[in-house]
Ligand binder design. Structure first.
Ligand SMILES: [Zn+2]
Length: 261
């Protein structure tokens, strides 16, 4: 059984503040460790659940967040920037995807570090008219390859967002947001245990979870935070300026539409 795992940092247990999600800070270095340990827990659970090949994508920002020497030896890892595709390495032969360290879409009240793709430039995103965040986009891309999304971890609101998209998805709530930058936190070690068990359980029922399919052709609309950000998008075939702040990106399927961004 082949498992593709993609990761973000904002939904990892204990991560709340700007100093934890990037830059040259001690807090970021500690957050990298927390992320890496959650990845290892998911890999352990997936192996216990029968996975024979596991590919893990380091998806946050630079793509170089995992602490390489701490990574579990039972998987392979995609790291680094300027990748050839979103969810690089995902293909039809995978049997399941996991989403770790997730955050809710931009504009979700009470969600930890809610945003969609960019905290500074993006206000809203719709896929074929449906408001979505990154979880929805990842699930739709996996669905394009016929792969079900079976496990999500992140703040309680991120888990709820995933459950509304994918019925039967296993969810591990790492924290309960009180505001954008505060939460009731579950302890790191407890969360790792929950991820381990949920990963194993998710693979046991992977065949019963339907891939999240988006009808073709696909239009991704991005409403930017200001008109200047939309002004900077060159209008070529497949792109249309909808209004002052909104650009539509179109393609024959969600993977191709996303490439237009
Ligand atoms: Zn991120």
């Amino acid at each position: 059984m082949r498992v593709f795992i993609t990761t973000d940092l904002e939904g990892v247990a204990g991560v709340l503040l700007d100093s934890q999600v990037g830059g040259d800070s001690r807090e970021y270095e500690r957050a990298r460790h927390l992320l890496t340990q959650e990845v290892n827990a998911a890999v352990e659970g997936a192996l216990a659940g029968g996975a024979t090949d596991i590919l893990v994508d380091d998806g946050h920002a630079s793509g170089f967040n995992f602490i390489f020497e701490e990574l579990h030896p039972g998987a392979r890892y995609v790291m680094g920037s300027a990748r050839p595709a979103w969810l690089p390495g995902l293909e039809e032969s995978f049997d399941a995807t996991f989403f770790l360290g997730c955050h809710a879409m931009a504009g979700t009240q009470g969600a930890v570090r809610d945003h969609t793709m960019s905290t500074v430039a993006w206000h809203n995103m719709w896929v074929n008219g449906k408001l979505m965040g990154e979880i929805g986009l990842w699930a739709s891309i996996a669905g394009q390859y016929g792969v079900p999304s079976v496990l999500v971890s992140g703040c309680e609101k991120a888990c709820r967002e995933a459950a509304e998209l994918v019925s039967g998805i296993e969810a591990v709530a790492t924290k309960k947001g009180m505001s954008r930058y505060s939460a009731v936190l579950e302890p790191a070690e407890k969360v790792r245990g929950m991820i381990r068990r949920a990963a194993e359980g998710a693979l046991a029922k992977a065949k019963t979870i339907a891939p999240c399919r988006v009808e073709s052709p696909v239009e991704i609309r991005v409403e930017y935070n200001n008109t200047g950000q939309a002004d900077q998008v060159p209008i070529v075939t497949g792109r249309e300026r909808i209004d002052a702040r909104t650009i539509a990106y179109r393609g024959p399927n969600v993977v191709e539409a996303f490439r237009m961004l």
